[in-house]
Design a protein around this ligand. Sequence first.
Ligand code: NAP
Ligand code: GDD
Length: 349
Amino acid sequence: MKTALVTGISGQDGSYLTELLLAKGYEVHGIIRRSSSFGTQRIDHLYSDPVAEPGRLTLHYGDLTDGCRLANLLSSIVPDEVYHLAAQSHVRVSFDEPVFTGDTTGLGTVRLLETIRMVDLPCRFYQASSSEMFGGTPPPQNEESPFRPQSPYAAAKTYAYWVTRNYREGYGMYAVNGILFNHESPRRGETFVTRKITRAAARIRAGEQKALYLGNLDAVRDWGYAPEYVEAMWLMMQQDEPEDYVVATGTSCTVRDFLGYAFGAVGLDWRDHVRFDERYLRPVEVNALIGDSRKAAEKLGWTARTHGEELARIMIEADVRELELHRGAGISPPLPRSGAHADSQIVRH
Ligand code: NAP
Ligand code: GDD
C-alpha cells in the first residue's frame, strides 16, 4: 500500500484527489489548518464512508508558513508521494495580500522540497502549478510557452514552478509541475467566478437573491471539470521520468458565455440579473487562457471529457439541489457569501 501526503486536502482538488487515492488503495495523510470553525466539509464524507477503513485517512494540523511542522510531518509520515496543493489560490485576493501569498504559495513549496532533500526522503513530489503563470502570453499555451505572470499569485506560482524544476534538475528528485488550467466543480470555492455564477443563478431562481455583481465579463478561460484533473495529477506521478505537463480542455468560453449557460439552464436570462461592480476588476487582468494539452494526451493518455456548457449544467444542478435540500429541511439557505454583493467585503480595495 502506498502512502500519500496531500497539502490542501480541504480544498476542491484535495477532496477529489483524496477520493481517487483512497479508491486506489492508498493510505492518505492530509494537512489542515487549525481554525475556530471546521473547514473540512469537502472531505467529511470520506470519514463517514464505511468503505474507507479506519486509519486510511489521517488529518494533521499544519501550515505552509510553519517549516518546522512541515519537516516533522514529512519525517514521521515518510510518504511515497507528496501532492502539494495548498496555496492562497485566489488571484484577486493576492493583490490585497501579496506578501502572505508569496510566503504560502511561493515559499511554501520550497519549504517542502528543502525538507525532502535534507531528510533524504525517497518520495515523489507534485507541484500544483497554474495556467496563470502564462498570464500575458497569448493562447494557445503549452509547456514551451513563456511565463508572463500578471499577479502576485501568478508570480508566486512561477517561483514555485522553477524551484520544483530546480530540485528535479539539481538533486535528481522526482518532482513534477502540473500546469493546470481552470477547473471547477460543485465543490469550487464560492468566490471563484463559475461557482459565484451558478450559486447566484440557483438562488435568484428560488427568489433568495435579487442580483449578481461581477467584474470583467470578457475574460476567456479554458474551464474543465476538477475530478478529471486530479486523475492527471496522479498519472504524472506514475511515470518513469518526471516531467511537467499542461492539463486543459483546449476549448474556451468567456465569463459572459458561462453566464448564458448557467442562467439558461434554469430558464433565466442573465441580462436581467447581472450588474457590473468595478470592485471585482483586477489591477492587471489575464485576458485569455486556452491550453494545449497534447503532451498529456500523448504521454499520459489523459484528455478532458467535460467542457464549458456541460460543466455549467453539472454545477447549477448541484447548487439547485443544495438549495432545495435546505429549504425542504426547513433550514435557512446558506448565506450568499459570494452571491449578491457579499464578497465585496472580501475583495474591497
Ligand atoms: P482551494 O480550493 O482554494 O484550496 C486551497 C487549499 O490550500 C485549502 O485546503 C486551504 O486550506 C489550503 N491552504 C491555504 N493556505 C494554507 C496555508 N497557509 N497552510 C496550509 N494550507 C493552506 O484550491 P483548489 O482549487 O483546490 O486548487 C488546488 C491547488 O491548485 C492550489 O495550489 C491552486 O493554486 C492550484 N490551481 C488551481 C486551479 C483551479 O482552477 N482550481 C488551477 C491551477 C492551479 P483551507 O481550507 O483551510 O483554506
Ligand atoms: N472571482 C471573480 N469574481 N472573478 C470574476 C468576477 C467576480 O466577480 N467577475 C469577473 N471575473 C473574472 C476574473 O476577472 C477572471 O478573469 C475570471 O473571471 C476568472 O476568475 P476566477 O474564477 O477568480 O479564476 P482565475 O482565472 O482568476 O484563477 C483561477 O484559475 C487559475 C488557473 O488559471 C484560480 O483557481 C487560480 O488558483 C488558478 O491558478
